[in-house]
Design a protein around this ligand. Structure first.
Ligand SMILES: Cc1ncc(COP(=O)(O)O)c(C=O)c1O
Length: 386
């Protein structure tokens, strides 16, 4: 890619994945080459790698207000969700087979729940209101004596709404039901404190906060028993056997440290850019509606629909101009179905099919936002005439 291409590129898909920070890459680089030992080896190179993994565990745990022994390193958000939900369900199946989740979860939760339904579990999918916030009273009504697990995401990946997890926790705690939250879109964007939230299990993925792809973690509260997904060696207290991704783990710790150092300034900056985008679009483009909650959402996400415009057609037209956005989740790209999140919020299928997600990052600028507003002001009327 030459310089001209790079300057033209406007990346507003940071919720799908975000560019790694140079400092993160630098922190990882020695672990691909000089510090090459296997953390399970007894010799010095191995022990050096092990020390780096344990320091990273300490950093990540501190960022969540957890203990180091409560962190299990995984291969990303999907794996963390699988480990949490499968692991808890298989451990507790003799106690009960009922699980509660929401209808707006990422597929990395919904698909696990569907697989468990085929394995004899029953799953209740709770509704959300028109702004994408969980209906907490419906959770209270859904709880049964055989409910073993509740899994509700902390921040939604399509519309960014932040769910009232501590209200959920007050219900689950009362009844000794395990609570898992998928916090992939929240960690590094808003303060995440596992004890304030009251969760037993929490998933995160490094590439959502400018860390490396293919690296995640699961917080497992002390005393919570879950079964591993795979069998093998003794790594990660046997919950995630296999040689650790040492560069990935080191990079994730560097990324969370930087994200927390810059959390206040970045969230003010990104929120300001998002508001600038929404205001500009509102002023320049007719027939736009904003999906999700105006306030209770993470700063980086804006989801909008344009009346009589197909979201995918708009995405492709923006892409032709070097502007990257997405329709809902990257994992559903190519699907012709309207977003399950927007449908669950009660939007009609036409509007839900038109939903476009703009997700900003710390690297985006005012100039880019203005260029996107200009592009939308030109493209949307053109698409309407087709
Ligand atoms: C809310 C949420 N959960 C889970 C995932 C899956 O994470 P990963 O791609 O790291 O497996 C994502 C990423 O798209 C996400 O946004």
């Amino acid at each position: 890619m030459d310089r001209e291409d790079f300057v033209r590129d406007i990346y507003f898909d940071n919720a799908a994945t975000s560019p790694m920070r140079p400092e993160v890459l630098q922190s990882m680089s020695a672990f691909f080459t000089e510090i090459c030992g296997n953390p399970s080896s007894l010799h010095m190179p191995g022990q050096r790698a092990k020390r780096a993994v344990e320091e990273a565990r300490y950093t990540l745990a501190a960022s969540l207000w957890a203990e180091p022994q409560e962190i299990v390193f995984t291969g990303g958000g999907t794996e963390s969700n699988n480990l949490a939900i499968h692991g808890a369900a298989q451990t507790l199946r003799s106690r009960g087979r009922h699980i509660i989740t929401s209808s707006i979860e990422h597929n990395a939760v919904l698909s696990v729940c569907r697989a468990l339904e085929e394995d004899g579990f029953e799953v209740t999918y709770l509704p959300v209101d028109g702004s994408g916030i969980l209906d907490v009273p419906s959770l209270r009504d859904a709880v049964r004596p055989d409910t073993i697990l509740v899994s509700i995401m902390l921040a939604n990946n399509e519309v960014g709404t932040i769910q009232p997890i501590n209200e959920v926790a007050s219900i689950t705690r009362e009844r000794s039901i395990l609570l898992h939250t998928d916090a992939c879109q929240a960690v590094g964007k808003i303060p995440v404190h596992v004890h304030d939230l009251g969760v037993d299990l929490l998933s995160l993925a490094a590439h959502k906060f400018h860390g490396p792809k293919g690296q995640g973690a699961l917080f497992v509260k002390k005393g919570t028993r879950i079964k591993p997904l795979f069998q093998g060696g003794h790594q990660e207290r046997m919950l995630r056997p296999g040689t650790e991704n040492v560069p990935g783990i080191v990079g994730m710790a560097a990324a969370i440290r930087l994200a927390l150092e810059d959390l206040d300034s970045d969230s003010v900056r990104v929120r300001r850019l998002r508001d600038l985008l929404e205001r500009g679009v509102q002023e320049r483009v007719s027939g736009v509606s904003f999906n999700g909650h105006g306030e209770k959402r993470v700063p980086q996400i804006s989801n909008m629909s344009f009346a009589s415009v197909d979201g995918e057609a708009l995405l492709l037209a923006l892409d032709m101009r070097g502007i990257s956005v997405s329709t809902g989740s990257a994992c559903n790209a190519g699907s012709t179905e309207p977003s399950h999140v927007l449908r669950a919020m009660g939007l009609d299928p036409g509007i839900a099919r038109g939903g476009l997600r703009f997700s900003l990052g710390r690297q985006n600028t005012d100039v880019e936002v203005n260029a996107v507003i200009e592009a939308l002001a030109e493209i949307v009327p053109q698409l309407r005439t087709l």
